[in-house]
Design a protein. Structure first.
Length: 334
């Protein structure tokens, strides 16, 4: 029987199986376990569960003594499923045991569900990823696409977040995923503090496309990272596709193709995401007015910024600021 969560704490339950990678079990405990309120109170309770309490063999030369059984899933606010060798075993062909399927079915409606690495195979086999955008380790992506055509797989990104269902790429991408969840729950200040405590970046540029061993054509003398760096230095003004292509000495057509290969986005889609990210950072960490933030993030006008921000995040800039702004800062100027 799992212990009751502390007052107001979000309960994370990590479901482990035989052969689990120890780091994938440790990531949720380390990151969520460090998250604190402004008063220093823990914001999460993190439990480890197995289908049956008892020893669970790790990928390393030891076992985990897991004290919570599958019943813990029904009491979770977030369930995280790390990888296990059975995920990519050719003999399973994308199937999971009835016991595992029944355990996942006890997750309460509205709970957040996430996977690390090939844990996405479990979520897909249980139908949790049907119709969702997802990712997994790039080495296993072809097999995943063959087994689960009903899932919108993107093997180029570090993690995905689609309607309260999240997936991450390889082992270390679990760090990015957990930092993202902490940021979504409690804002940049808490997430950044956890990242600093773990000595990891709060946000990593790019996706796992850079690690994929496949013949991706590269430009002879430069690549689109130069354009991305230039754009980030000039977000406060209008940026055209012509300008971005010129920074890499490419035609617009070639530049757009190269950009998609490296980022899985069009240049303008990527630019729009960077403007939103810059605006979110300023809303959370500065006392600038919304109109000044609109200017610094390159939206042109406060009205355009408010419209695009709401379309992207579902809330107004002011509502977002009220929710996620660092409470130690002074009130923003009007």
């Amino acid at each position: 029987m799992s212990a009751p969560a502390g007052p107001g704490r979000h309960r994370i339950v990590t479901l482990v199986r035989d052969g689990v990678i120890p780091l994938e079990v440790g990531i949720p405990h380390r990151l969520f376990g460090q998250a604190r309120s402004i008063d220093g109170e823990p914001l999460y309770e993190v439990l480890t569960a197995a289908l049956q309490p008892g020893p669970v063999r790790a990928e390393a030369d030891f076992c985990l003594d897991v004290r919570h059984g599958a019943e813990a899933l029904s009491e979770a606010d977030t369930v995280i499923v790390p990888a296990a060798p059975e995920d990519y075993d050719p003999q399973t062909q994308g199937r999971i045991s009835d016991e595992l399927r029944q355990a996942l079915a006890t997750i309460r409606p509205g709970a957040r569900v996430a996977s690390i690495c090939t844990g996405a195979f479990v979520l897909a086999a249980a139908g949790i990823l049907d119709g969702h955008r997802a990712t997994t380790h790039w080495k296993n992506a072809p097999d995943f696409e063959r087994r689960f055509p009903q899932v919108d797989l993107d093997p180029t990104v570090l993690f995905t977040d689609c309607h309260n269902v999240l997936t991450s790429a390889g082992v270390a991408s679990g760090l990015d995923l957990c930092i993202h969840m902490i940021r979504s729950d409690h804002g940049a200040a808490v997430a950044n503090e956890v990242a600093r405590g773990t000595i990891i970046p709060p946000h990593r540029e790019g996706g796992q496309a850079q690690y994929i061993q496949r013949p991706v054509p590269e430009p002879a003398s430069s690549n689109v990272s130069r354009a991305r760096a230039w754009a980030l230095d000039h977000l406060d003004r209008p940026i055209t596709l012509d300008e971005l292509a010129r920074t890499c000495a490419m035609s617009k057509r070639t530049f757009t193709r190269r950009f998609r290969e490296e980022t899985a986005l069009s240049p303008m889609q990527w630019l729009g995401e960077q403007r939103i990210m810059r605006a979110r950072e300023l809303l959370e960490t500065s006392d600038l007015t919304v109109d000044r933030i609109a200017a610094q993030a390159g939206f042109g006008s406060g009205a355009a910024f408010r419209q695009l921000f709401r379309a992207s995040l579902g809330v107004s800039p002011q509502t977002y600021r009220t929710t996620f702004r660092d409470p130690s800062l002074a009130a923003p100027a009007s």
